[in-house]
Design a protein around this ligand. Structure first.
Ligand code: 4NP
Length: 150
């Protein structure tokens, strides 16, 4: 089983979008039993809050189910529990390393570093552009899945 933790700043916009997108993708590819997928935040800002309406609306518009969930913060012990800890942007990576310590097992990556065009995924909390976030997350998750199953 491959255990994946997506991480962003608040855990209400990008990382839950990536969590539900990848869960749907592995389900469609018959790989559901091979993966365990979660998401979390580097900050405490939104802990306990549900997924942002912009993420819910975007995922629902493309037929991807979204379950009720409560934002949670990444913990140091998550480093041992997961195989991949995937941040959305460079600042997430710095904050992830502050929480978990050194990445001795090479588990921490920026999601779009798996794509042909490595870059940050902008925060829709600030941009308001959930369509762009979705396109980036789709690109990153597809590239990540290809890499891990190859
Ligand atoms: P996310 O967006 O990191 O994609 O979940 C944010 C949501 C909330 C906040 C920051 C980013 N906030 O500061 O409350």
């Amino acid at each position: 089983m491959i255990k994946v933790m997506f991480v962003c700043l608040g855990n209400i916009c990008r990382s839950p979008m990536a969590e539900f997108f990848l869960k749907d993708l592995v389900r469609k590819q018959g790989l559901e039993s091979e993966f365990y997928i979660e998401s979390s935040a580097t900050s405490y800002e939104e802990v306990g809050n549900d997924v942002h309406y912009g993420t819910v609306r975007k995922l629902n518009s493309v037929g991807i189910p979204v379950e009720h969930r409560e934002a949670k913060r990444l913990s140091k012990s998550d480093y041992d529990k997961f195989d991949y800890i995937l941040g959305m942007e460079e600042s997430n990576i710095r904050n992830i390393l502050r929480i978990v310590g050194q990445d001795n097992d090479n588990k921490v990556y920026r999601l779009l570093d798996f794509s042909d065009n490595p870059r940050d995924i902008a925060d829709p909390w600030y941009t308001g552009n959930f369509d762009k976030t979705y396109e980036d997350i789709l690109e990153g998750c597809k590239a990540f899945l290809e890499k891990v199953i190859s």
